[in-house]
Design a binder for this molecule. Sequence first.
Ligand SMILES: Cc1cc2nc3c(=O)[nH]c(=O)nc-3n(C[C@H](O)[C@H](O)[C@H](O)COP(=O)(O)OP(=O)(O)OC[C@H]3O[C@@H](n4cnc5c(N)ncnc54)[C@H](O)[C@@H]3O)c2cc1C
Length: 592
Amino acid sequence: MERGNKARIKGQRVSRKPAVEKPAITAVDAASQGQPSAGAGGPIKWSREADVVVIGAGATGLPAAIAAREAGAEVIVVEACLDIGGHAITSGGHIPLGGGTSAQKKAGIQDSPDLLFQDLTDWSVVQPNGFPDYRYNDRQIIRAFADNSASVFEWLVAHGVVFIDKGPDGFGGMSVGNSCMREMHAAAMDWPWVQTGRPVDPAIRTITPTGNGLMRPLEAAAKKAGVQILLEHRMVSIYRESRNGGRVLGITADHKGAKLNIMARKAVIIATGGSTGNVNFRRMFDPRLTGEYCGLAGMPWSDQDASGEIAAMTIGASLWGLYNQTGEFGSNVTKPGTVGCQYNYRNLRWFPGSPVFHLARATGLFVTDWQDLILVNMIGKRFYDECADQYTANNAGDIDPYAPCSYLNARSVTYNPPNFINAALAGIGDGENGGGPIWAIFDTDAVAREEWNPAPPNVDVEQGFFFSAPTLRELAAGIVMKYQRIPMPPVNLDETVTRYNSFVDAGKDVDFGKPAPKYRIARPPFYAAWATPVIHDTRAGLRINAECQVQDMAGEVIPGLYCGGESAGGFGQHGLARAICQGYMAGRHAAG
Ligand SMILES: Cc1cc2nc3c(=O)[nH]c(=O)nc-3n(C[C@H](O)[C@H](O)[C@H](O)COP(=O)(O)OP(=O)(O)OC[C@H]3O[C@@H](n4cnc5c(N)ncnc54)[C@H](O)[C@@H]3O)c2cc1C
């Protein structure tokens, strides 16, 4: 369809302009960049063109596209997936835009761009494990966010996003600043929920927060403004006049195996959502994060495959703010919320009816009480208190009393490092990287207490994320799956459960200090359910300036290349606010 000059994409009319040929870069140049070209030695054949080409239709991409279009640019968005939304549409829709929004004013909350900037650069804020949330943020990037944050909130409202009608709070926030409440919540309204395929109950549609309530209105606004959205178009490379020089010219996208070149007359905006789904890329930050961490939050709706970062680095872009990716705070790596399925992020469950349920395969068993099970590593040994939690992150009022940028704040922190994740990632001591699979082990009594139904589609038996057996030894012996690189010794699991049961009898866990272990694991059948930690945020990426222009190692702007959201570096905050804000800023600047 993309090869012709007349095409309709999701009901939109696409430019009838003939395929254009521009001699700015030749196929030889492209080949030397390791990029696909239109034909050996000839000029690149551009199948389409626009002023601004946005890569990715998520929290950064759609605001970028709308802002650019409304600033007068012709805009094409390419999206790798079958539908728009990215991780943002699977999100909780909790959005910490502050600096003096109308919602803050209505609630009597005093905030300002200066206060927001001070909060997000406060070196003195540290977590109970000593990791600082804000110290390594790039001042210019934060200044731009602080100055635009309030107006972007009003812009969202003007573009159809309905927020739950209550004052800002701290719910769902992470690294959003200690001084005041900023978190607002996009209401589900009647947009179908991607997790179920159905709208939420009309009775609660105005009080239920979801990412659908953010992304579907933005999709509608983009289409209304005349943005062309090309679904199932995956950017595979970005053209620049030469590898390390000149301006960016356009992209190559893959559409169902066919390649097409899209010229960007003014700019390309990378809004591809980060890198944590790319095992080799993420291991540059943390070598422990090997392949078994396969349940990335937000998948299987969309991936974070580092394609934006890699394409930009190929033409000279630099990375930036890398500490934020390895800092042990927030949801960079999370404890799972469900067990027995691959995609087990605590705030995202897939149900039959979801358009991607065939990829998710199971809903998972949501754990309400971690006393109901033990967690063992690949060789059947416990490694930590199962009730312990993941890293923490700063939100309004967490440090009390709080004196901005004062060393005295450290006195208000109770140091109690949350090390569950580190223990899970520690491995089995065989010299290999990666913690290996973590299994939740429980019995039939636990199933009753949790009111679980341990059968498909709740659990993924077929792909080896859930096992059951009449004895513990048979259970261990039966655990065979892709990431279980060493068989679990049956005697280990048997001994682990026997020892744990003795802790229950004694009321004390002398190995890991689980508070008063409650339940013996004794009644067959026994179960082993996938409970491996989940990777979530990307908090480091391409080097950008305050205008979201991508820079090279020398700090020189790569003309015509922009980036925002999880693919951009220098801003260690979780989530939507920075993505939306940077998308908006990038779109406006790129169009200008
Ligand atoms: C379950 C879950 C809950 C969350 N809840 C919250 C929350 O309540 N509040 C909050 O602040 N944050 C939340 N987040 C985080 C937030 O959703 C993300 O930080 C945000 O969506 C990042 O925006 P982005 O534009 O960088 O990436 P995304 O929104 O993921 O968009 C990236 C898009 O680019 C596309 N893409 C990638 N590569 C290519 C390519 N090569 N070619 C074409 N397209 C490509 C992807 O398919 C995707 O659609 C949550 C995340 C998850 C997964």
